[in-house]
Design a protein around this ligand. Structure first.
Ligand SMILES: *[C@@H]1O[C@H](CO)[C@@H](O)[C@H](O)[C@H]1NC(C)=O
Ligand SMILES: *[C@@H]1O[C@H](CO)[C@@H](O)[C@H](O)[C@H]1NC(C)=O
Ligand SMILES: *[C@@H]1O[C@H](CO)[C@@H](O)[C@H](O)[C@H]1NC(C)=O
Length: 373
């Protein structure tokens, strides 16, 4: 794939002539830190990628093309290049805009197994064909962070389990946005022993039933942060039920940018994870504080909603750090700005400033600063 030449071209003798007069698809910054390649040209000069050898951050865009042509190199055993790959400085790699045979993707993952890459991002990729069968030993890379955005797989929902087989365990952060399928067959998934952050934001058609299918029970035992921004959640009770079914114990749950409905009276009550300390309900279109919130929280963000009066203490859970800015009762212009993105683009509509109850100012400041971090 784009990255095979990147990885393999590095192995060519450094006499590769780089012509100075044509614009090159790859650009390395002055600090030898970041290298960006964009192979949009119909006949791209792949060898330009050689200069990325020294970079720590590498970003490669395949210009939307199919990378089938690199399949013939995919059988090469990367072991013979192990030392060279190990010497690469790359820690963050982003691959995007291409059609990639699964076999090639696996070849790249095997090669990366010798690298010291920490973060891999795949974006706008169409992975074609079946994934090769499970390797005998885990040869793949030991990433800490894997991010996928708009990646489609020929194998439907089974993709995560299949991909997981090619990675060493130890993944700590998994981000999956604009997924084509999050309905994972749980039997095919191994436990993510070390995963502390799961971000399924920007999957507007997920919904709470989709969440139930994505969160395979007992597969995320170390989960601390779950982000479901803009993920089609509409009922708190549905989210709560999905968390309970999956037996996850997140400390922090981000439900911002979902249109949350106020739970209908008589809806079944759910017990929230006992570890839950921080809940983000900002930009949720709430006209009143929803019922059925966890009884005790450290942080509750209700900013940028449609609350027309200050919530009474008995409507709120016990909370240290409560954010209410950007609600009409505090800021009459807020509603208009929420409804008109043109205006909110100009005015910092919902700038965060912690409005705290029952904590010292210093603690509030600290928590506010953490919110920005
Ligand atoms: C690559 O170049 C094309 C055409 O110049 C441009 O449309 C595209 O946004 C670029 N992609 C990246 C990732 O920079
Ligand atoms: C998603 O990726 C495909 C390529 O696989 C691309 O054609 C499409 O434009 C991307 N969609 C978005 C919303 O970026
Ligand atoms: C809640 O989410 C909003 C929007 O996603 C973000 O701007 C804000 O910082 C979050 N609040 C906290 C307490 O993390």
């Amino acid at each position: 794939m784009v990255c095979v030449p990147y990885l393999l071209l590095l192995l060519l003798p450094p006499l590769l002539r780089v012509s100075a007069d044509t614009t090159e698809p790859c650009e390395l910054d002055d600090d030898d830190f970041r290298c960006v390649c964009n192979f949009t040209d119909p006949k791209p000069d792949w060898s330009s990628a050689v200069q990325c050898m020294v970079a720590v951050e590498v970003e490669i865009s395949g210009g939307g093309r199919s990378l089938e042509q690199f399949l013939k190199g995919a059988d090469t055993n990367p072991k013979q290049y192990a030392d060279t790959i190990k010497a690469l400085r790359v820690r963050r790699l982003k691959l995007g805009a291409a059609q990639v045979p699964a076999q090639l993707l696996v070849a790249v993952l095997r090669a990366l197994g010798y690298s010291r890459l920490k973060e891999l991002t795949l974006e706008d990729l169409e992975v074609t064909g079946p994934m090769p069968p499970k390797p005998l030993e885990a040869t793949g890379p030991a990433f800490t962070t894997l991010s996928l955005r708009n990646v489609s797989w020929a194998t439907g929902g089974a993709w995560l389990g299949e991909l997981q087989q090619w990675l060493k365990p130890g993944l700590r952060v998994l981000n999956i946005a604009q997924a084509h399928s999050l309905a994972f067959p749980c039997a095919g998934l191994s436990t993510f022993e070390a995963l502390t952050t799961l971000d399924l934001s920007d999957n507007p058609s997920l919904g709470d039933t989709g969440l139930m299918a994505a969160l395979c029970p007992n597969k995320f035992p170390a989960l601390q942060c779950l982000a479901l921004r803009n993920a089609g959640m509409d009922k708190l009770s549905g989210v709560c039920a999905a968390l309970a079914a999956a037996r996850v114990q997140p400390q922090s749950l981000d439900l911002s940018h979902n249109s949350l409905r106020v739970t209908a009276p008589g809806a079944t009550r759910c017990v929230w994870p006992s570890a839950l300390r921080s809940l983000n309900l900002s930009f949720a279109g709430l006209e009143q504080v929803p019922k059925g919130l966890p009884p005790k929280l450290s942080v509750l963000d209700l900013s940028c909603n449609k609350l027309s009066r200050e919530p009474r203490r008995d409507e709120l859970p016990e909370v240290n750090d409560l954010t209410l800015d950007g609600n009409p009762f505090l800021d009459p212009g807020a509603l208009q700005r929420q409804n008109d993105p043109m205006i909110s683009g100009v005015v910092p509509a919902c700038a965060r400033s912690a409005l705290t109850m029952g904590v010292s100012g210093a603690l509030a400041l600290l928590q506010g600063a953490r919110g920005f971090a």
